[in-house]
Design a protein around this ligand. Structure first.
Ligand code: ATP
Ligand code: MG
Length: 369
């Protein structure tokens, strides 16, 4: 298609392009019940006027931390007016005044002018309001590590968490959200005595969880029939092996774009391959390091055959060496093929015509196997 055709083409595979946006909040949010419960338990006391707890929300990128906090805040606000939930992205709001302004906006509906109004005046207005109305404040500081790049983090935690000293009866708590697990923060002792958080950990998603989430997202974003399960499965495996959930969502969207550029109503293998090619090239040693012992064993057997062997011979050797089942063998072949470490062409021979010729796709002498 020409450029103008691309721009004007009004047929689309996308039912809802926003479903692939970074800030899209999915209606279906699974596999995070434990973490959502822990957050609910932290906030629950505030619903009846007691002190909410503090929490540190921890986990690798794209494990659903931001989404979970936004969802729980939405639920809290739907059910009570007693708790003011404020979500702050610390990459965007980087000063004490900036964060306080966002709290002001949430409560009073506007951002105070950033010149001429002192911090203390805005602070007093917020805390007096909470005190008078008997409301609690739960403040989520997302990507809180950004706050620690400046030197006001301690001061700010102190401002929020010790508000009750000046405004008796005011209840405040902080959810500190972090994606770098190696990040270490050091509070001074005044803050430590009031910020005693419990950890809410977001583990990595498993392959089947990734596949299910991506399937939901594809259903939300594409028209029915645009993407088949086998392509979705390949996207899930790729995502699990090399990236995080965001990579997977991005691949879905890019596949859709390639399909549209082809005026195709369906995402085909070609669109998926093109998408993967368009991603940053992956280093073979990195892939090799990520393989399990059995996967490495199978790869070494192929190398022992000089990089070219029939699937029948290979499966027998593999069974002898590892005692693994034939289905394990097939699964590993599929994975190595997908990782582009081998080719596995059908030869049409064998008792049921399913024999394959396995060839290595890289030079084994250049890598440590
Ligand atoms: N359980 C889930 N179900 C559906 N979508 C999910 C789920 N978990 C994460 N996502 C999606 O994955 C993407 C990343 O999620 P989110 O932004 O919540 O992760 P995060 O843990 O805050 O990541 P980071 O540490 O990088 O900030 C978003 O598009 C989100 O909608
Ligand atoms: Mg986040």
């Amino acid at each position: 298609m020409g450029i103008e055709d691309i721009l004007m083409h009004d047929e689309t595979v996308f039912k809802n392009l926003n479903a692939f946006d970074p800030d899209y909040v999915p209606p279906n949010y699974n596999f995070r019940d434990t973490q959502m419960e822990a957050m609910a338990l932290s906030i629950r006391p505030a619903m009846s006027g007691a002190q909410p707890s503090n929490a540190v929300v921890l986990g690798s990128p794209a494990t659903g931390k931001t989404t979970a906090v936004k969802k729980i805040f939405e639920l809290v606000e739907k059910n009570t007016e007693k708790v003011v939930c404020v979500y702050i992205n610390c990459q965007i709001h980087t000063t004490r005044f900036g964060i306080l302004s966002q709290i002001n906006k949430k409560i009073f509906g506007y951002v105070p002018p950033d010149t001429g109004v002192p911090f203390s005046r805005v602070y007093d207005k917020i805390m007096s309001h909470l005190q008078k109305e008997g409301k609690s404040l739960v403040l989520a500081l997302d990507d809180v590590n950004f706050l620690f790049q400046s030197n006001f983090a301690n001061k700010f935690f102190y401002d929020i968490l010790r508000a009750y000293e000046e405004y008796p009866g005011v209840k405040t708590s902080i959810f500190a959200i972090l994606s770098e697990l190696e990040f270490r923060y050091e509070f001074d002792k005044n803050v430590k005595s009031v910020f005693i958080p419990h950890d809410i950990v977001f583990p990595l998603y498993s392959l089947s969880e990734i596949e299910s989430i991506l399937k939901d997202r594809a259903n939300a974003g594409f028209y029915r029939g645009v993407i088949d399960d086998d392509i979705l499965e390949q996207i899930a495996v790729y995502t699990f092996d090399y990236g995080d959930l965001r990579t997977g969502i991005n691949i879905l969207k890019t596949c859709g774009n390639f399909a549209e550029a082809d005026a195709s109503r369906k995402i085909t293998q070609k669109h998926f391959d093109k998408t993967i090619e368009s991603l940053a090239p992956i280093n073979i040693s990195q892939i090799l390091e990520s393989l399990s012992d059995k996967e490495m064993t199978l790869l070494r057997l192929i190398v022992d055959y000089g990089g070219n062997v029939s699937s029948g011979d290979l499966s027998k050797d593999f069974k002898k060496t590892t005692e693994a089942s034939y289905s394990t063998f097939l699964r590993i072949i599929k994975k190595l093929e997908f990782l582009k470490l081998i080719d596995a062409e059908y030869t049409g021979s064998g008792s049921v015509g399913n024999s394959r010729n396995i060839t290595l796709r890289f030079d084994p002498d250049k890598f440590q196997l």
